[in-house]
Design a protein around this ligand. Structure first.
Ligand code: ZN
Ligand code: FE
Ligand code: FE
Ligand code: ZN
Length: 266
C-alpha cells in the first residue's frame, strides 16, 4: 500500500505547532511516505491581524526551514506551500504572496467568517452562541465558493470546517455543497481529505461523506492532509482517509509541483 502525499502540515512559526520541519520529515520517512508538503499559515497584510500565524518578515525563515528538511531527507520529496486564509478583499495580497517564493501549491482555507471571527478558534467559541448554525454554514460556504472562484488556490482546505466543535445545522446543506463544488470543478481546484477533524469534537474527517459523494459525482479531485501541528500527527489516520476515498469511488489523487498538478493512482 503506497501512501498518498501528506500535503498539509504546519511549523512552529505559526505559534501553535511544535517540532521543526526536519522532525516532521523524519516522521514521514519512518511511516513510509515518499512525499509531503508544508503548508503553514500564511502571513497577513498586518502582523497584528491575529496571533496564530507567521509574521510577514518570517517568510524567508519558513522557506529556509523547509529547504533544510529537503536537504536532510533527500529520499523524501518535500513540497513548499502555504495554507492561505481567504478573505474577500485579500486577493491582491494573496497574489503578492504567490509571487514571493517558488511555491508548489496553495491551500485556500476559510477560517474567518468576518474580519474578526475565526470559526475554528477555541478562544472565540462563545461567538457560536450568538449565531444560528445554518446561517454560519451559509456564509462559510459562500466564502468557500468565492475562494474556489478566485483561482488563487490549488486545493481548498478542510471544506466543512464549521463542524469542528460538533455544532451542526438541522437543515439540508446540499445546495451549499453543490454551489461550492461546482466552483471547485470549474476552476481546476481540488479539495482535501483532512484527518484533523477526527481529532476534534466533530470526530469526522473534513469533509463529510455527504459532501464527498457530490464531489466524486462532479469529478472534483482530492488530496490528503493530516493538518499536523506536531511531528507525531504526520500521516495520522491516513488509512481511514484512503478507505473513505475508495468508498466514494476515488481511484486517483493529485500531486503538485510548481503549482502544476498531475493525477496519480491511489
Ligand atoms: Zn493551525
Ligand atoms: Fe486551517
Ligand atoms: Fe492547517
Ligand atoms: Zn488547517
Amino acid at each position: 500500500m503506497s501512501l498518498p502525499a501528506d500535503l498539509h502540515m504546519h511549523t512552529p512559526l505559526c505559534r501553535h505547532a511544535s517540532g521543526e520541519p526536519v522532525d516532521y520529515a523524519r516522521r514521514a520517512v519512518e511511516l513510509g511516505f515518499t512525499e509531503i508538503g508544508f503548508s503553514d499559515h500564511s502571513p497577513m497584510p498586518r502582523d497584528d491581524f491575529d496571533n496564530w500565524r507567521m509574521f510577514d518578515r518570517q517568510l524567508d525563515d519558513y522557506v529556509s526551514k523547509v529547504r533544510l528538511a529537503q536537504k536532510k531527507f533527500p529520499q523524501l520529496k518535500i513540497l513548499l506551500a502555504l495554507e492561505v486564509d481567504f478573505l474577500p478583499g485579500h486577493e491582491e495580497w494573496i497574489r503578492s504572496l504567490a509571487a514571493r517564493q517558488p511555491w508548489d501549491y496553495f491551500i485556500g482555507s476559510v477560517h474567518y467568517l468576518s474580519d474578526s471571527w475565526a470559526i475554528d478558534n477555541p478562544e472565540q467559541i462563545s461567538e457560536w452562541k450568538k449565531r444560528d448554525a445554518f446561517e454560519v454554514w451559509k456564509i462559510y460556504f459562500d466564502r468557500l465558493t468565492l475562494a474556489a472562484e478566485s483561482k488563487l488556490f490549488d486545493i481548498i482546505g478542510h471544506a466543512d470546517l464549521p463542524k469542528k466543535f460538533g455544532i451542526r445545522p438541522a437543515q439540508d446543506c446540499t445546495p451549499l455543497y453543490e454551489k461550492f463544488l461546482n466552483a471547485v470543478a470549474k476552476n481546476n481546484c481540488a479539495i482535501e481529505l483532512n484527518t484533523a477533524g477526527l481529532r476534534k469534537d466533530c470526530r469526522e474527517i473534513y469533509p463529510s461523506r455527504d459532501l464527498l459523494v457530490l464531489a466524486f459525482q462532479k469529478n472534483v479531485p482530492i488530496t490528503f492532509g493530516s493538518d499536523a501541528h506536531a511531528p507525531d500527527e504526520v500521516g495520522m489516520n491516513f488509512a481511514e482517509a484512503m478507505q473513505l476515498a475508495r468508498d466514494m469511488g476515488y481511484t486517483q489523487t493529485l500531486r503538485f509541483e510548481n503549482r502544476q498538478r498531475h493525477s496519480v493512482s491511489l
